[in-house]
Design a binder for this molecule. Structure first.
Ligand SMILES: Cc1cc2nc3c(=O)[nH]c(=O)nc-3n(C[C@H](O)[C@H](O)[C@H](O)COP(=O)(O)OP(=O)(O)OC[C@H]3O[C@@H](n4cnc5c(N)ncnc54)[C@H](O)[C@@H]3O)c2cc1C
Length: 447
């Protein structure tokens, strides 16, 4: 490749979920694309231990995949989860449907298989090349010149536009920050996460595979999603420090005691529990905010690099995929003028990213503390009844977030309106009831 050809390319830094999808969309527009990825080719190597193995893919992600004809292939290996299965400390697990009809599902997908399918799709398109083992360490935002660390040493490259799809710890964002071209805040949660495995039991799923399993424990929480090999990957969320935290369990006996007390149905299903607990890393969780998301109309950020969120709504990847669709739309509307398209993209997406960031934080409290309460469960039943009674007019937040592509900020506004309306209806009903009771009492007195 000549230097001029390389300078005409669009560089996408990060061949993760958003980067690979973006390469597909850009190649469809006729751009030559260079995907730079710090890791080796995942299709030939081994998967890192303890990195989120599966994720929940819902309508927003599927909508993006549909546009490049990849939805059916990805769903073929997915497992539909139609609701939450709540595991109390004592007693039977209870199922809560995600939708009023009971038939809508989010899909448990292997992160690795999804990434590989997207990589295959990108590399099968003319004009896309991938440079693995290339870690971006330097970027000149005015010229598009980049520096990479590779096993062969430092390598220089250049591109007409550089797009950072390099995840929550984005090096592209770091470079813009270092040159004073953006400001950022990273709010880490006091909670971390650790993955544990429930293997198949006699060749079958050990739990119901049509549900996302939740063990709500107030100060901690565990979830489990099914995998195509009939295992479940559990993710334990717990504070990173303190007397009841990941730091507080040292010995195998202490680990066994803790799970027997707080998650009693898990140890019989997870023979490798202690080993998993001792060897799998504790991942950090946080919300990344930064602004602007672009510099000079030449460098842009998207996906987790621009707006990483906590995983409690299962929306980070879905939102990153939606970014790609929106950037493509902006390029359409701006006739591929990047200096207009990148600011427009930020203008359209930033409030939506902020809305899902806040809903994801709020959902942590809901999953950890509320889902097990009878009041919450009654509320969900009322909500589903309203959805059936007022189809299309009352739609729950979960339904709008997971089963529609309504922009996240609009979801928040609509849900607030619905709650106000419900409050007014409830107040009116209470006043009517009070009036009726008053009338009955005064009639009784007159008699
Ligand atoms: C525990 C957990 C559970 C989750 N569950 C869900 C879920 O159920 N549903 C959902 O939608 N989302 C979920 N998410 C969020 C989701 O994983 C992310 O939002 C999504 O992966 C973001 O995609 P991305 O492409 O922006 O970043 P990433 O997937 O992080 O990809 C970034 C890529 O950039 C590469 N890279 C990094 N630095 C460099 C560099 N300097 N040079 C070159 N390459 C680089 C990385 O190796 C990686 O390949 C979860 C996250 C966590 C932590």
């Amino acid at each position: 490749m000549t230097e001029t050809e390389e300078r005409n390319e669009i560089a996408v830094v990060g061949a993760g979920l958003a980067g690979c999808l973006l390469a597909c969309f850009l190649a469809r527009r006729g751009y030559p694309v260079a995907l730079y990825e710090r890791r080796p080719d995942p299709r030939t190597g081994t998967v890192e231990r303890g990195r989120s193995i599966n994720l929940a893919l819902s309508e927003r992600g599927l909508d993006a995949l549909r546009r490049i004809g990849l939805d059916e292939q990805v769903l073929a290996d997915g497992l539909p989860m139609r609701g939450r299965m709540i595991h109390p400390v004592d007693g039977e697990a209870q199922f809560q449907s995600y939708s009023a009809s009971g038939d809508r599902a989010i899909n448990s997908i292997s992160r690795g298989a999804l990434n590989n399918a997207l990589l295959d799709a990108a590399t099968s398109l003319p004009g896309v090349r991938v440079a693995f083992d290339h870690r971006l360490v330097g970027l000149d935002a005015t010229s598009g010149e980049m520096t990479f660390e590779t096993p062969q040493g430092t390598v220089a490259a250049a591109a007409s536009v550089v797009l950072g799809a390099d995840g929550a710890g984005s090096a592209v964002r770091g470079q813009l920050l270092a040159y004073g071209l953006l400001t950022e805040s990273v709010d880490f949660l006091d909670y971390g996460y650790k993955e544990l495995t429930i293997p198949p039991l006699d060749g079958e799923f050990a739990l119901d595979p049509q549900a996302l399993h939740i063990w709500p424990r107030g100060t901690s929480m565990m979830i489990a999603l099914p995998n195509p090999d009939r295992s479940f990957t559990c993710t334990l969320f717990w504070p990173t420090h303190g007397t009841a935290s990941f730091a507080s369990l040292g010995s195998p006996a202490a680990i066994e005691r803790h799970f027997a007390e707080h998650y009693p149905d898990l140890p019989p299903l997870a023979p490798g529990l202690v080993d998993d607990y001792q060897h799998n890393p504790v991942g950090v969780l946080g919300t990344v905010r930064c602004t602007p998301w672009q510099a000079y109309g030449k460098v842009g950020l998207l996906g987790d690099a621009a707006h990483a969120i906590v995983p409690f709504y299962g929306q980070g990847a879905n939102c990153a995929f939606e970014d790609v669709v929106e950037l493509d739309r902006c390029l359409d509307e701006c006739a591929d003028d990047w200096s207009e398209a990148l600011p427009l993209f930020q203008q359209r997406r930033q409030e939506n990213a902020e809305a899902i960031a806040q809903m994801a934080l709020a959902n942590f409290v809901e999953m950890r503390d509320k889902v097990a309460s009878p009041l919450f469960q009654a509320g969900r039943k009322v909500e589903h009844a309203l959805e059936r009674l007022l189809p299309g007019r009352y739609v729950s937040r979960y339904e709008l977030v997971s089963f529609s592509t309504t922009p996240y900020a609009q979801v928040r506004r609509r849900v607030r309106r619905q709650h106000r309306m419900l409050g007014a209806v409830a107040a009116g009903a209470a006043a009517l009831l009070a009036g009726a009771v008053g009338l009955t009492i005064s009639r009784g007195r007159r008699r």
